[in-house]
Design a protein around this ligand. Structure first.
Ligand code: ZN
Length: 259
């Protein structure tokens, strides 16, 4: 099954669909996308996100607060655990560290990350981890908080093979976005080639990061196919097999998405 393991459906551009979410969803499902994980970025917009996707059984959700924005309701582990009881909530995140877009003393980011890991361990739900220019601290905190027990995915992966192997060693999956299709992403394609086939996921991170040939325009879950095609190409395998395997991996990691 073609699965978009990470998208923000409450942020997609609906203008090609007369502003209607139902038209967008029908068209997306017709295009062959079988399942989507709609990922939370804060608690303020979460209830509306939950309500928006509720009619669609092909969508599962997460709960969490993105590392980028300090001015958000700060989630305690208890609060995350409570919200994670929501129907079809299958993951905690997105969380992690982003030293690229934030400046100053980032202890608040690390504390926020730790709180998500604690909630993931408590609920048994896997983590969706965002990491940017914070390799060492990300791995260190994952280890210190024993994130291995919860497992999860390094989403929109853009780091080195060294970091990928450290995450794989902790039992994590690695997810690639449309960035693998970018012309200058040769190093990343080498990483995508090496990740074991049973730990590989694909995503769009839509509405951001549209793959070639849609680069620069709003991204949509259907373009996850371009991600699949590129990775299948670099791995020298049939795209349909890559789609089946990454779809299977998705349901292995997020078993609650099956129901
Ligand atoms: Zn995201």
């Amino acid at each position: 099954m073609l699965v978009d393991s990470h998208c923000h459906l409450d942020r997609v551009d609906l203008s090609p669909y007369e502003g209607r979410f139902d038209r967008f969803m029908e068209s997306t499902l017709e295009s062959g996308v079988g399942h989507m994980l709609c990922v939370a970025i804060d608690l303020e917009s979460w209830p509306a996100m939950v309500e928006l996707v509720a009619p669609w059984e092909q969508v599962s959700i997460s709960v969490g607060v993105h590392p980028n924005d300090r001015e958000r309701e700060e989630p305690t582990p208890e609060r995350l655990v409570e919200l994670a009881q929501q129907r079809r909530c299958v993951a905690i995140g997105e969380t992690g560290l982003d030293y690229f877009r934030s400046e100053g003393d980032l202890e608040w980011q690390r504390e926020r990350f730790r709180n998500h890991i604690r909630a993931a361990r408590e609920t048994g739900l896997p983590l969706i981890v965002h990491t940017r220019e914070a390799r060492e601290d990300t791995l260190r905190i994952l280890r210190e908080e024993e994130a291995r027990d919860a497992g999860g995915v390094m989403h929109c992966f853009t780091e080195t093979w060294e970091m990928a192997s450290a995450a794989l060693e902790m039992g994590f999956y690695i997810s690639f976005s449309g960035i693998v299709t970018f012309r200058n992403a040769e190093d990343l394609r080498e990483v995508a080639k090496k990740v074991p086939l049973d730990r590989l996921l694909i995503e769009t991170d839509s509405p951001y990061l549209a793959p070639v040939p849609h680069r620069g325009r709003p991204n949509e879950p259907r373009y996850v196919r371009q991600v699949a095609e590129k990775i299948a190409e670099v791995r020298g395998m049939a795209v349909e097999e890559l789609i089946e395997r990454t779809g299977g991996n998705f349901f292995d990691l997020f078993p609650a998405s099956r129901s």
